[in-house]
Design a protein around this ligand. Sequence first.
Ligand SMILES: CC(C)(COP(=O)(O)OP(=O)(O)OC[C@H]1O[C@@H](n2cnc3c(N)ncnc32)[C@H](O)[C@@H]1OP(=O)(O)O)[C@@H](O)C(=O)NCCC(=O)NCCS
Length: 131
Amino acid sequence: MIAYEWRGEFANDAVNVLHAEGFGHPYLDIDWHTQVHRHSLGWVCARDGEELVGFVNVAWDGDAHAFVLDTLVASHARRRGIGTGLIATAVEHAKAAGCEWLHVDFEDHLAGYYFDACGFVPTRAGLIALR
Ligand SMILES: CC(C)(COP(=O)(O)OP(=O)(O)OC[C@H]1O[C@@H](n2cnc3c(N)ncnc32)[C@H](O)[C@@H]1OP(=O)(O)O)[C@@H](O)C(=O)NCCC(=O)NCCS
């Protein structure tokens, strides 16, 4: 049974482990706790018992637009619907906060996940690499 918690408590270490594994980079000591408390509308923690098995950050513009960033599920827990559950929880709470739009961008191979499983619709988007 997976529990999804909006703005739930988490340890930086647990998110840093998910991030390094999910994006295939070395472990980085990032202070997610301060970052999301200062800048995000919210975030969703997915827990299997005590273990943090999923996390997504929901950034926003302070008004109508919220942005899904860094959706992550532990590799051993994937393809069990946890990623879909993270986004469903983000949608519910972004709506409740009065947002009108939830945005995401992603690589082509995740189209099935974001479009078919999570319910996003395609739109044009743009990106500039700043460094
Ligand atoms: C993307 C991610 C969050 C999906 O989490 P998940 O818990 O496995 O997703 P779900 O179980 O809810 O998947 C639902 C459906 O989405 C699709 N899907 C999920 N992961 C997929 C993948 N890696 N490639 C293609 N389709 C995928 C499948 O259709 C899946 O249904 P199925 O298992 O019945 O085939 C997870 O693979 C992950 O953490 N990846 C590494 C980090 C990453 O790339 N995050 C996205 C940043 S934009």
